[in-house]
Ligand binder design. Structure first.
Ligand SMILES: Nc1nc2c(c(=O)[nH]1)N[C@H]1C(S)=C(S)[C@@H](COP(=O)(O)O)O[C@H]1N2
Ligand SMILES: [Mo]
Length: 340
């Protein structure tokens, strides 16, 4: 899949045009702009390692193959004719895979529409030994100095069969743009964005994980204090203070602190600290709908005028909390100036 030899530099989908070629990262909205429950598509971040793929529709097919009873080749119309469903889910970028402990806080919450991956797999039928599902995008190019013929990610079969993992074609009721994966992308709710493969046109069922730059080299990490490597799959608990805005000048001592919290497991509690993490007080957290982010609200009374740091820390229903440091999901802090 990677390598410097000229033969290996051929894209697997030559009809797919990479424009621009090379990494694309866009973050149109700051945290303070993410005030709506559903993020408008125009505020959604964009990440592509190899560039923006422009998929040729003339010869487009979806292949479903590997450890299946009946390999499928579906035309775009056949996919669009299958029963579709909507899932509201957060998409969050894990950030630069070469800096796995650095938070980038690129996230949005949108309504995805598509056909459940489960429906496709049921149609093909699983064979014995099936354990992982690989998704292959049509994009190719160079990332981190290595050539990749097609972007490939995998998830466990059990996750793929959950019914809310989608082959999606719409965001908030609008067709996907090229940047977000037109004509079809995978959405894996509750997993980091890197797994939600854009421009997908091959689904492979396998008994093993695929070897590759984005599967067994990058996004394959050692958990703290643990020798075992794990893929960057499930979202740990995370939160984002949206209001007040970072750097805001506030008048009066009483202010409402609000934002979003989410993770692969429902958020059960959120705490705010205004003293650098020495003491914490509970905010109110809304229950989760599907895989959406959850709103938190905290009525804050500043100890006095001056500069304050406000920090949010989410805990999920399994009891996992955001670390204070050393991880991409570390607590979020903002600074505000209070005048009376
Ligand atoms: N084919 C393909 N899919 C991809 C990527 C990619 O480089 N190629 N990047 C992933 C990463 S790291 C993220 S965070 C999300 C971003 O999705 P968005 O650009 O629609 O917000 O797409 C994922 N899907
Ligand atoms: Mo990402």
């Amino acid at each position: 899949m990677t390598g410097a030899g000229s033969k290996e530099r051929a894209a697997r989908y030559p009809s797919c045009v990479m424009r621009p070629a090379g990494q694309v990262v866009k973050m149109p909205a700051r945290a303070m702009d993410l005030c709506e429950f559903v993020t408008p598509a125009s505020d959604l971040f964009v990440v592509a390692h190899l560039g923006t793929a422009h998929v040729a529709l003339a010869d487009w097919t979806l292949a479903v193959e590997g450890l299946v009873e009946t390999p499928l080749r579906l035309a775009r119309e056949e996919v669009l004719a299958m029963p579709a469903t909507e899932v509201t889910a957060v998409i969050e970028c894990a950030g630069n895979p070469f800096r796995p402990t650095h938070p980038v806080r690129r996230a949005g919450n949108v309504v995805w529409r598509g056909v459940p991956i489960r429906s496709l797999l049921d149609r093909a039928g699983m064979r014995a030994g099936a354990r992982y599902v690989w998704f292959e995008g049509q994009d190719s190019g160079t990332y981190g100095g290595a050539f990749t013929a097609a972007y490939v990610k995998d998830i466990p079969l059990d996750k793929a069969m959950a019914g809310d993992v989608l082959l999606a074609w719409a965001i908030n009721g609008e067709p996907l743009t090229a940047e977000h994966g037109f004509p079809f992308r995978v959405i894996v709710p509750g997993y980091y964005g890197t797994n939600s493969v854009k421009w997908v046109s091959r689904i492979t069922v396998s008994d093993r994980r695929p070897e590759g730059l984005f599967t067994t080299q990058l996004y394959y990490e050692q958990a703290a204090g643990c020798s075992e490597h794990r893929p960057v799959w499930e979202l740990p608990p995370t939160s984002l203070i949206v209001s007040p805005a970072d750097g805001a000048r506030l008048s009066g001592l009483r202010h409402r602190v609000a934002g979003w919290a989410w993770g692969g497991t429902e958020i059960a509690g959120l705490e705010i600290s205004d003293d650098g993490g020495r003491s914490w007080r509970a905010a109110t957290v809304a229950p989760r709908k599907q895989w959406a982010w959850q709103r938190f609200v905290f009525e804050w009374k500043a100890a006095g005028p001056g500069v304050h740091t406000l920090t949010s820390r989410a805990a999920d229903a399994k009891g996992e909390t955001q670390p204070l440091d050393g991880a991409r999901n570390r607590v979020h802090s903002i600074g505000v100036t209070v005048a009376v």
